[in-house]
Every structure is written in C-alpha cells, then in structure tokens.
Design a binder for this molecule. Sequence first.
Ligand code: ZN
Length: 147
Amino acid sequence: MSDLSDLYQEVILDHNRRPRNFRRIDPASHHADGYNPLCGDKLSLTLQVDGGSIADVAFEGSGCAISKASASLMTDAVKGKSVDEARSLFERFHRMVTTPPDLPVEDMGKLSVLAGVREFPVRVKCASLAWHTLKAALDRKAAVSTE
Ligand code: ZN
C-alpha cells in the first residue's frame, strides 16, 4: 500500500477544513445530488445560472477530505464561468484524473493538486464526484452515482 500522505497536500487540507461555497442556494436554477457508494461521499449541489453563465454555485454534504476539497475547488473554479466553459473544465479534469500516473497531464492550476489521485484508483471517484454532480445538474439530472 502506497503512502496516502502525498495526496493530502496543503491545498486539499485547507479546502477540507474551510470549504468554499459550502451552503445551499435557494431557490436555485439547477441542482443535483451526487453519491459515491464506494467511499460514502454525498453531496448536494445547487447553482444559479443566468444567461448561460454560472452566477453562483454552492455545495453541501459529507464525505472524505478528497471529495470535500474537490467540491470546494470545483465550485471556486466554475463560479463566474459560462456553462460551456464549465463543461470543458469537467472534460479536462476528468482527463487529468483518469490519465495513467506515469503519463504527463495538463497543468490545471489549483485543480492540479488532485492529479495525485491517479495513483489511487478508489480515490479517483472521490475526486470526480463533484464534477459528475456538476454535469448532472447542468444536464438537468437530479441525481448521479459514481457506480
Ligand atoms: Zn471519498
């Protein structure tokens, strides 16, 4: 078993301790619930989309440090972006965490701290949950599971 400590870099610990956008938008224009049964991570995502842009985005829920930090980083990354930009970020993030660990990946700024999950296949689902939930919300699906 490899050492997990490299995963818990400072940014992840910080976002886990003080998650950004940790609340509920009510009323919200879009929402979805995400569940990762493998780890027990649950999150509820609410968005306010105005004129094709994500004016506000927030999440609530409980889960491991990776899932919570990823949700916090995701909301920070897509807030103020257009829906198209957010979808493109989803694709890039998904590619980053599913590229084999021995291959180089695109630098995604702060989001790159999560590239370390590639070493731990189980953790990829924790890191991806918020992004799959975002996609579900934008696609008007009420719920998504990583299984
Ligand atoms: Zn997890």
